[in-house]
Design a binder for this molecule. Structure first.
Ligand SMILES: *Cc1c(COP(=O)(O)O)cnc(C)c1O
Length: 464
């Protein structure tokens, strides 16, 4: 399996390299050169398997020769052994048609653990026995940061620099990052919003002087291995609801389009997905892009769902590439134009390439709160605001197949919004219970490239 860039000029690379790097040298994102497929018989054979074993079967074609099957199995068992539920990602039924897929039973209580626990182990495995030192630089709107830090804290050969927008992540989210005091963990609060922080990280990756000195790596969802790990739970859930004979729909609370793109990959691999609902909050660039082909930036509005408060959605480029016929050079021009003007029209090929599979919805605060109340009154389920955005969209979609809403965070990560909607304040699970007594460590920097790059270059370890 080889990985190619969405912008057409960077050379193709293998799985190990795609895991250890971030952006391709032409500014694009890596994707497999062709989708592996699973036959209905192979999908049917997943029924009854453990999560870790499902992960091995689904991911094996993607790792190529870089990992033996037994090694992959060992890593999956270690990564998913750290989850607090034996099913890893259990399904919970709300009514005759709606299910929640609970993706928040990992160490930091959000779905990002599902991919990042594995990614931390892949980094360690691929760096062992080399003298390569990895410098992870990332931006987070909350959950990626804590999950990535948990996954690499204290590991050899890796430093992590994590930027978060000051004041725009919840107290639980911030403390889950800043109370990890391992010497290889560096938290930076940026005086700006998430898109600004993400743009600073992108600028570092595009700075040749920095890229030549350090082995920069990405843990945000531009990293292919993360998306690959997320493909697994679409298979795991669909098989339990009747696939491959029966069709299933998924509703996905969407920010950077990583989670929903993993569902798109599952569909390309042969999983019979009836519909993937791209659910946004009022920051609706993706809803406009899916519904009417209009991908143009507005300004970010703060909502109760900070992990979806974005305007530029990095993984959308992967959809544009794959659905639009994989013309990297044309996409490079389209993206350059978007970066210049902030405006893009999807081509007919790009829109037709996802038509029938993707739909979208924009969910405001009122509808989100309504979905939280409905889940509670219907089934006694307390859900987080991000999950509620997707559940609201799922209920409005008018489908006649089982609909699985991805429950992306534990409600205790967003206690204020939950309390406002349901009147009850969710408690933090015991395993993170002393979070508010722990010491915090972070620096605050202005949102300028000079300040951030200087801070990181002073502390990072050169590659070799
Ligand atoms: C990251 C995140 C999302 C958005 O996921 P993307 O892959 O960026 O689309 C939604 N909900 C929660 C709780 C998240 O942490």
């Amino acid at each position: 399996m080889r990985y190619v860039s969405t912008r057409g000029t960077a050379p193709a690379i293998g799985f190990r390299e795609a895991t250890l790097t971030g952006l391709a040298s032409d500014g694009g994102l890596y994707l497999p050169d062709a989708w592996p497929t699973m036959s209905p018989a192979e999908i049917g054979a997943l029924a009854g398997l453990s999560y870790a074993e499902t992960a091995v079967r689904v991911m094996l074609p993607f790792v190529g020769d870089d990992l033996a099957e037994a090694e992959l199995r060992q890593l999956c068992e270690a990564a998913y052994g750290r989850f607090s539920h034996a099913a890893v990602t259990p399904l919970v039924q709300i009514d005759h048609q709606h299910w929640l897929l609970e993706l928040f039973h990992g160490p930091t209580l959000a779905f990002k653990d599902v991919a990042l626990q594995l990614l931390g182990l892949l980094f360690e495995r691929f760096l062992a026995g080399t003298n390569q030192h990895l410098t992870i630089v990332g931006a987070t709107s909350g959950d990626t940061g804590s999950a990535a830090i948990d996954a690499v804290a204290g590991r050899d050969g890796v430093d992590i620099f994590m930027l978060h927008p000051v004041g725009r992540v919840s107290d639980v989210q911030r403390r889950q990052m800043t109370t990890v005091l391992a010497p290889n963990v560096h938290n930076i609060a940026i005086e700006g919003d998430f898109d600004t922080a993400q743009a600073l990280v992108k600028a570092m990756f595009n700075d040749r002087a920095v890229a030549d000195r350090f082995s920069l790596s990405a843990v945000n969802s531009i990293n292919w291995a993360r998306l690959m790990a997320q493909v697994v739970y679409y298979f795991y859930a669909a098989v339990r609801l009747g696939a491959p004979e029966g069709r299933v729909a998924f509703s996905v609370p969407t920010g950077n389009f990583g989670d929903v793109f993993a569902g798109y990959v599952a569909s390309r691999m042969g999983l019979p997905i009836q519909r993937l609902i791209v659910a946004t909050n009022v920051n609706d660039i993706l809803h406009r892009a899916i519904a009417s082909g209009d991908y143009s930036k507005g300004s970010v509005q703060q909502t109760a769902t900070p992990s979806m408060d974005i305007q530029v959605s990095s993984n959308f480029e992967r959809l544009l590439f794959d659905a639009g016929g994989r013309d990297g050079r044309a996409l490079a021009q389209q993206m350059a134009e978007f970066e210049r003007t902030g405006v893009m029209r999807l081509t007919n090929a790009q829109s037709e390439g996802h038509a029938g599979l993707l739909s979208s919805d924009r969910v405001d605060a009122h509808a989100m709160t309504g979905a939280m109340r409905w889940a509670f009154s219907q089934a006694g389920e307390v859900i987080d605001p991000h999950t509620a955005v997707a559940l609201a969209a799922a209920r409005r979609a008018g489908l006649d197949v089982p609909v699985v809403t991805l429950a992306t965070a534990h409600p205790a990560k967003f206690p204020d919004a939950v309390e406002q909607a349901t009147g009850g304040r969710p408690a933090l699970p015991a395993r993170v219970g002393d979070l508010f007594d722990r010491e915090e460590r972070f620096v605050t920097l202005p949102a300028t490239y000079d300040a951030v790059s200087a801070y990181i270059c002073e502390r990072a370890v050169p590659s070799a």
